[in-house]
Design a protein around this ligand. Structure first.
Ligand code: TXA
Ligand code: MG
Length: 353
């Protein structure tokens, strides 16, 4: 156990002294959680192999699942990668800083542990002022997976970070809740056409507008568990985003979904379980029989739904729920990322209504 220092900072004008205190930990090989626009990340000096090993240990993350390396300037990418294509340049120009992670072939400057022994590296420049200030003050690229224990829902507040990692990391920069709520989109540029490995804060539709041709991996849809041999993104083969409660997702036409959710609530209650329903404003009134009903927001506002999803999954655990029945959602825009997280949280237990 070590003492985890909480450093409260303003999200727009982060206190320089607190940022430099946090950066000091990073420079000395320590671990600092910090907000990005998507979720909180757990940062370590990406070029310090010992620090990165400590990062994996703190998260209890398997060593074969590499973190994303965060930069504060496009020019920092060049020392990390072997080649920057004109396509990559156009994407960085258009989407950075922002929730888009690009996979490149990596340079020799990057320690093998940072990329889990792969020949490629995931890089992104976040849009949050605190994240950018921390990376700049640290003077190094910052490896940062989401700041949760492996397998748990990603943290969208400093409180979530402390729930999982208090006593395991040096500090957390607390700048309040994050804006986007789901992680960055991961786009593999080492193959042609480019392939979305994880849907996230930058929508597939918008990428297609810019790239013309871009594919969505089967794994990104998360309709079913995919065998390990088919996996290009190491993270996808592990259990993810799961609260302690079991999760089932019910998908289909909305009227049928509501009926099926109600049926399942009845079945689980009869078995003696404490049942939660994860629904939307439009449908919450239908689930009076459930023990805990939490709404993601309106179905017509998927940005709000995305912002709420991880926090609500954690709340079911705080409310002592045994099983969560979740409504499926539209897969347009940010909806695709939310549906992907729900399907994975459910361990692919998807009921078609
Ligand atoms: O929004 C985000 O992306 C957040 C914030 C903190 O920036 N970070 C995040 O990191 O979600 P993490 O480590 O939890 O997820 C990184 C994902 C994993 O699925 C991992 O397998 C994949 O990116 N990844 C990392 N390096 C890769 C590589 N070289 N090739 C393919 N996938 C890679
Ligand atoms: Mg993660």
């Amino acid at each position: 156990m070590r003492k985890t220092v909480v450093l409260r900072v303003d999200s727009e004008k982060p206190d320089v002294e607190k940022i430099s205190k946090a950066a000091c930990f990073i420079r000395r090989g320590g671990l600092v959680a910090f907000p990005t626009e998507t979720v909180y990340g757990l940062g370590a000096d990406a070029l310090n192999a010992g620090a990165v090993v400590a990062l994996f240990e703190a998260k209890k993350r398997p060593l074969d699942n590499p973190p994303i390396v965060h930069v504060s300037d496009v020019k920092d990418v060049f020392r990390l990668v072997r080649e920057v294509s004109s396509e990559a340049e156009a994407l960085m120009e258009k989407f950075w800083p922002g929730p888009l992670t690009l996979i490149f072939r990596r340079s020799k400057a990057v320690p093998s542990v940072t990329v889990a022994g792969l020949d490629t590296i995931a890089v992104r420049m976040p849009r949050h002022k605190v994240a950018l200030a921390l990376i700049r003050a640290s003077g190094c690229p910052v490896a940062a997976p989401s700041a949760n224990l492996a397998g748990k829902p990603s943290p969208t507040s400093a409180g979530h970070v402390l729930d999982d990692l208090d006593g395991r990391i040096d500090a957390v920069l607390d700048a309040g809740p994050t804006i986007v709520g789901v992680e960055s989109t991961v786009l593999d540029l080492t193959i042609c056409p480019p392939l979305v490995l994880r849907p996230g804060g930058t929508s597939f539709e918008v990428l297609r507008e810019v790239l013309g041709v871009v594919e969505l991996s089967r794994v990104a849809l998360a309709e079913e568990a995919v065998s390990v041999g088919e996996v290009r993104s190491p993270g996808v083969k592990y259990k993810h985003y799961a609260p302690d409660a079991g999760v089932v997702v019910v998908e289909g036409e909305l009227g049928a979904v509501v009926e099926r959710v109600k049926e399942l609530v009845e079945v689980y209650r009869r078995e003696g379980s404490r049942v939660g329903v994860l629904c939307t404003d439009e449908t919450r009134a239908y689930y009076k029989e459930a023990n805990v009903v939490l709404s993601l927001g309106s179905r017509s506002d998927l940005a709000t739904v995305a912002r709420n999803v991880f926090g609500l999954l954690r709340q079911f655990d705080r409310e002592g729920v045994d099983i969560v029945v979740a409504e499926g959602l539209p897969t347009e825009g940010l909806g695709l990322a939310v549906v992907n997280r729900l399907r994975k949280a459910a361990g692919y237990k998807i009921v078609k209504a």
